[in-house]
Ligand binder design. Sequence first.
Ligand code: DOR
Ligand code: ZN
Length: 457
Amino acid sequence: MARIINAVDAVGQWFSVSIIGGIFRDLQPQAGLIAASGPCRPLMSAADLSALAAEALVDAAGLTLVPGAVDVHVHSRDPGLTAKEDWHTLAQGAWRGGVVAVCDMPNTLPPTMTREAVLFKAERAAASGLEFKLLVGVGAGNVNHVGELLAASDLPVCALKVFYGRTTGELMYDDLETLARSIPETCNKPLVFHSEDQCTVDCNQTRLASRLKDKDNSAFEVHSDIRSSAAAHQSTRVILEWARTTYKRPIHIAHVSTPLEIELVAEAKARGVLVTAEVAPHHLLFSTDDYARLGPLVKKNPPLRSPAELEQLHKLVGQGLVDIFATDHAPHLLAEKYASVGSSPSGVPGVELFYPLLWTVAKRTGLPFATALAMGASRPAELFGFAQKGRIANGFDADFAVLVPSEHVITQQDTVAKCGWTPYAGLHRTVDIVATWNRGRQVYSGPDSSLGQSFEH
Ligand code: DOR
Ligand code: ZN
């Protein structure tokens, strides 16, 4: 048995936690489960320590210990796009951000749309040591088989990703009636929607195409006009209505970017629709005003919204109306990003800054830390099938991130993503991560961390 003492939780309570097995470099087959967690007297002395019946002790010395996070929206790029990222670099980034498990999106090469593609990706992912589950993608070619993939108990599949609008290759599907028929009645894994209405986007594109030729960074604003808020509202309305009247099982709206969508989801929940919503940090920390400074580095689908919408988003997120915070970690190379406005790929990295970004979002929106933790750890774990993750509680995995207050500014040196850049440079961070543990194994140790240096007694 090992024990961490003198830890403080997100709301300032002192606690200690006991862990079955070792908690250090090696993961024993049976190790890494929380055996007990409870209040602790502040800063126990050495004499107190020797009275504890634990084989190994870690003194957290008053640092904040939170559950390892679960980021349910990352793009590993592996297989097929590994110049941008791979499972190994993704694992390093996740652990650095306090994340112990991820859900990976299907738009890799090959796309995760068949049993073979799931198994191939899973093998690569497993070799990284990062805990993961995969989303399967749906298109006209595999819609009749996605039910089987969701139901297969031997596959690490947590959900179906529906790109309800064209954002990425062959993965587009908008025939909701057929989709409802192809998912078994008993399936309770969520259908995750990328919600942007393609007709609205196409129409705007035709109307605004000439503006894409502008040379300066502000031309990227056109991207937000093309993939307008109206496009997101329209598709989210249609999806929610379909879920209420036809599908009637769990759905999840990924990276909600407009205040109206949060209100629509809240209304649908009140009417009994099994819907959850997710927000991403870029939509809460940037607005269309940031295109002038960052241009392609903040080009994203769905895109950034106006400062007025951002203010509203903050209000609604601060009220706790959104279920999940996920980074939508979507790395691209700088050379690709700095191509022309039209061909610059959409996507920004973020997983390596998970907890710092979540804490900054909490501060800006007035979200209590306990709610922020639920959005970053326990809710995603519950909704995406990580039954033993997301909480520091008896029987759960020994997953922790250790946070210290910080006055640092995020820099490009904070980047571990293979793409080598972050759009968040310059942003003040309120916390640094000094250590991350996954199932009792220390997977990240920050530059000034003495944590993890255990002592025996
Ligand atoms: O901005 C985006 N980037 N949106 C998506 O839907 C796909 C993602 C990517 O894979 O780069
Ligand atoms: Zn995404």
